[in-house]
Design a protein around this ligand. Structure first.
Ligand code: ADE
Length: 391
């Protein structure tokens, strides 16, 4: 971002929309032309832009929620290579779907994707629906995703609103309020709908996202190279720093947990399939329990052992941590202690649907949360290089 310097072309009064009301016909015509001309030169060559197959667009849009384009590209390519059609995804094992999602986070997206694929097979004969109400009836699809899929795939005249376009439209409409508020959302959806062209809606919506992502960036928008600079009241008044209004900082909560590592004589580790309704349902994890934030060493090990018994019904003795990891999940900042443990009493029988003994190399094939994957790598290293006393 920069200040305008003297003698530089100042947008004419008429070119600047000064209110938060909807844009004029003249403004919309100028904006569409400027945006689409810019997009013809600057659109990125992204793998989901190579076809207009609704299934592929759907997968890309779900992956792109909360995740950067660069991170999504290899995941998208692997996912489509393994599950090229809705039917392939519907018929897949949940385990395989989760393994392909591992590392992308927000695993609920993968579970809902899988459930939606099954629904498409049963309710829509395996064809991705083209009616907006049917699309919105699928698990994990809200107004934004339905608009993105059907506009990009079929040029349906539907608006979109996601992080990049929220920022762009807030600046173009000089909306200084809270974009996440009800009023802010109503205002921004109304703008995203009002500016849609009659034709090429898919290209237009993608161009909006591209401009938001490449030019109208949060901290240093490249106003000099923006095709809409003359149409932007936020630029005209040098308000880029305060529009959009900064979000309230997230309130983080510090928590402490333990990953309890029980090995058997064959050097297999006890792992657990996270159950429906749990944070990582569908993924595998070590025996994970909550710990109070400030226990002393003795009561830390005692507490962890007790928690294992309360949660899972096994009596174990935990030993000193072999590692401490920090990781974040939504608003939680988690300090995770990795505690080796031995059974105090061998459990009579393990529920095979929930608990499995796995070799360390066997963990490769199982979907794990990234913190569990880090522990697996650590265990692999430890077991190769030393024989820790408890193992
Ligand atoms: N973010 C969300 N959807 C996108 C898309 N289709 N292209 C680029 N960035 C996006």
């Amino acid at each position: 971002m920069r200040r305008r310097v003297a003698n530089e072309a100042v947008p004419k009064e008429a070119e600047v929309e000064r209110t938060t009301s909807l844009p004029s016909e003249k403004w919309k015509r100028s904006f569409r032309t400027a945006l689409l001309t810019w997009f013809a030169k600057h659109s990125r060559d992204l793998p989901w832009r190579k076809s207009r197959d609704l299934y592929r667009i759907w997968i890309s849009e779900i992956m792109l929620q909360q995740t950067q384009v660069a991170t999504v590209i290899p995941y998208f390519e692997r996912f489509i290579a393994t599950f090229p059609t809705v039917a392939d995804l519907a018929a897949a094992d949940e385990h395989d779907v989760m393994r392909h999602w591992e590392g992308l986070g927000y695993y609920r997206r993968a579970r809902q994707l899988h459930a939606a694929a099954k629904q498409i097979v049963t309710l829509h004969k395996g064809k991705f629906p083209t009616n907006v109400d049917d699309v919105r009836g699928l698990p994990g699809i809200g107004r934004y995703t339905a608009g993105a899929i059907l506009s990009i795939g079929l040029d349906a005249k539907l608006p979109i609103l996601e992080a990049n376009t929220i920022r762009l439209l807030a600046r173009l409409s000089k909306y200084a309020g809270d974009c996440a508020s009800r009023q802010g959302q109503e205002h921004l959806w109304a703008w995203s709908e009002a500016i849609l062209p009659e034709a090429e809606v898919g290209r237009f919506n993608q161009a909006l996202m591209e401009l938001g992502s490449l030019v109208c960036t949060p901290k240093q928008p490249d106003c000099e190279n923006c095709p809409a600079v003359k149409l932007c009241p936020t630029f005209a008044e040098n308000l880029q720093k305060s529009i959009p209004a900064p979000k309230r900082p997230k309130a983080f909560e510090e928590t402490r947990e333990a990953a309890v590592i029980v090995l058997n004589r064959r050097r297999e580790v006890l792992i657990r399939h996270c159950q429906p309704g749990e944070r990582w349902s569908g993924l595998w994890d070590f025996l994970r329990v909550s710990l109070p934030l400030e226990p002393t060493r003795d009561n830390l090990l005692e507490t962890a052992s007790q928690q294992v018994e309360t949660r899972f019904g096994f009596q174990v003795d935990c030993d000193d941590p072999i590692a401490t990891l920090k990781h974040g999940v939504t608003r939680f900042k988690i300090t995770l202690l990795v505690l080796p443990a031995a059974f105090r009493k061998q459990p009579a029988k393990l529920n095979r649907d929930e608990f499995v003994w796995s070799s360390i190399s066997g963990l490769e094939d199982r979907p794990l949360h990234s913190s569990a994957r880090r522990i697996a790598a650590r265990l692999d290293q430890l077991l190769r290089t030393s024989r820790p006393k408890l193992f």
